[in-house]
Write a protein that binds this ligand. Sequence first.
Ligand code: PMP
Length: 383
Amino acid sequence: MLLPVYLDYNATTPVDPRVLEAMLPWFTEHFGNAASRTHLYGWTAEEAVATARKQVAKLLHANLKEVVFTSGATEANNLAIKGVFEKWSYKGKHIITLATEHKAVLDTCHHIEQLGGEVTYLMPDPHGLITPKQVADALRPETILVSVMYANNEIGVIQPIREIAAVAHAGGALFHTDATQAVGKLPIDMVEEGIDLLSLSAHKLYGPKGVGALVVRQGVEITAQMDGGGHERGRRSGTLNVPGIVGLGNACELAQREMGTETQRLALLRDRLEKGILMNIPQTFVNGNTPQRLAHLTNICFEHVDGENLLLSLKDIAVSTGSACTSASVLPSYVLKILGLSDDQAYASLRFSLGRFSTEEEIDFALQHVVEVVERMRVGSAV
Ligand code: PMP
C-alpha cells in the first residue's frame, strides 16, 4: 500500500538521515554516562554533550551554559513556568500568557492556579496575534512572568516577541517563549530579542523524539522541578540522553545552515498549495491569515463540509485538524474557536504543514486530491 503524502510536519518531523548517522555511535560504541568523571567512556560522552550544547546555543545566539537539556518542550515549558513561579512567588504570583498557547503551557498555568497563582490569558485578534499593548495593560506590580509562544503550532502566526519581551522587562517580569515551532524555522537571537527562557523540542526540527531544551539566560534563576544528581548545573537532574542530545545538536546545526534556502523553498510550495485550494475550491479561507506566519504551513477552513468526513475521505494525505497533541479528543480546536470560528468551521479546518522532504510532486498531488474530495463531498451533501 502506498503511504499517504506526509503534510503534518508540525506534529513531528522524520529524523534527518544525517542526524541519525551522527547519533548512532552514541548508542553502542560510545555508550558512556556523561556524568562519569572517572574514565574515558564518561569523558567522551561529556564531550559530545558539550558539542551539542554549543550547537543549540549557537542557533539561538545563546551561551552554552544556558542550555538545559530536557525530555522535550512539554518538560521545558513545565520547568520554565513552574521553575519561575517557585523561585519568584515571594515577589508576586501573577503570570501573563496567551489563550492560544499549546496545552503544555496552558495546563502548566492551570497547575499554577491550583498552587495559588493568578494567570491572565490574553485573547488574540481574529488572526491569532496579540499586541505588546495588551501585555502592558495586563501587567501588575506582582507579575513575575510573561509567557508567549513564538509561533502557533496550529495556524503558524508569529507573535511580536521582541516588543512583548521589552514590555515584560519594563514591568519587571521575566519573559518566556515556547519556541517549539519556530526554532530552526526562523532566525532567533535570544539576546537581541530579550528572551529570558526559551523552550524547544528536537522532533520538530528533524531530530529525535523525547529530547529538547530549556534555554535559560545567565542570571535568570529558576527552581529545578526534577531533583536528583544535580545534573545540568542543578537545573534538571537525570542521566543525560546522549544520543538524543547529539541528535538535537546536529539538527540545530543543519537548521542553521539550511534554514534560509529551506524556508524560501517551502514558502513557494506552501503558496502553491494554498493558492491552489483557495482558487479551485469556493468557500475556503485561511485561518491566521496574516503575513506574520510560518512559511511552511497553511490552515484552511472548508466551509459547509463535514469535518470528520473530510479527514476520513482524504486518505492519500496525512494532515491534521487542530493540533496532533489534542487529536485524542474530538473537541473542535480551541485555537480556532478563539479566532472566532464556529464548531463546524473549526471541525472543517485542515492544517497542512510542509517540511524538508516535501516535494513539488507531492504538493500537486495533495492539491488535486483535496480538490476532488471536497468537490465530491459538496455534491454529495447537496443531493
Ligand atoms: N509546544 C508546542 C508549540 C508544540 O507544538 C509542541 C508539540 N506539539 C509542544 C510544545 C510539546 O513538545 P514535546 O512533544 O517535545 O513535548
